[in-house]
Ligand binder design. Structure first.
Ligand code: HEM
Length: 120
């Protein structure tokens, strides 16, 4: 149940991010609309809260939790790159966008493998 909520809000977070990047390219004035401004914050807060709740539900801090620290660390990078992708223009915008999406993929794979260094 909690995991379903977490997974649902990952999809909502990613689609709202991709949606806003597309809007920032084709009609940036739409980004000033209140609901488009506020909704991502609500979605991302629920995503983080559901992640924290899953830590307690799985009692993860009692076992090997390095992968959770990696998730949180890369989450901050995702947020920073997301801001850049919305603010920058041209090639740098798309570089930041691609790097942000890669961060989400990394966080997802780390969650499934429970290994921050799954690529080694
Ligand atoms: C973009 C952000 C995030 C993505 C893409 C993501 C991805 C995932 C995925 C795919 C799972 C399911 C893993 C499985 O069933 O094997 C999961 C579970 C989990 N996530 Fe996240 N997550 C994100 C953010 C967070 C945050 C911020 C936290 C902690 C503060 C967190 C903590 C957890 C925990 C504890 C689980 C449960 C693992 C288990 O019990 O098997 N996640 N996450």
């Amino acid at each position: 149940m909690l995991k379903t909520l977490h997974l649902t809000f990952i999809l909502l977070s990613l689609s709202s991010f991709i949606g806003r990047v597309i809007i920032s390219e084709i009609k940036p004035t739409l980004l000033e609309i209140k609901i488009i401004k506020i909704a991502p914050h609500i979605i991302n807060s629920i995503l983080i809260i559901s992640g924290i709740a899953l830590i307690f539900q799985g009692n993860w801090f009692a076992s090997d939790y390095g992968w959770i620290i990696a998730k949180i660390f890369v989450l901050f990078i995702y947020i920073g790159l997301g801001i850049l992708a919305l603010k920058l223009k041209g090639q740098n915008k798309w570089l930041a966008f691609a790097a942000a999406v890669l961060c989400v993929i990394y966080i997802g794979v780390v969650a499934v493998t429970k290994n921050a260094f799954f690529f080694l």
